[in-house]
Design a protein. Structure first.
Length: 76
């Protein structure tokens, strides 16, 4: 039996983080909408700022996944 591939394990961990961030992004979208709906622009700005940070982190994770995939393809 072969030992577990560390790249595959890393990819799974990153994918799980990305999934959680995607869920967080959806919640923040909802917060932005609800805050705007009740005229709370202060809360809307905070949620938009947090959403932007989560979105940037999600993009970084997706780039990491792409890099791992490229490494895997090179090794084949």
């Amino acid at each position: 039996m072969n030992p577990p591939d560390p790249r595959a394990q890393a990819r799974r961990r990153i994918e799980e983080q990305a999934k959680k961030l995607g869920e967080r992004l959806a919640r923040l979208d909802d917060q932005v909408t609800r805050a705007a709906g009740v005229g709370r622009t202060d809360l809307e700005r905070i949620a938009v700022r947090r959403r932007r940070m989560v979105f940037e982190r999600l993009n970084a994770l997706n780039l990491m996944i792409a890099g791992l995939d490229a490494d895997r393809d090179e090794l084949r």
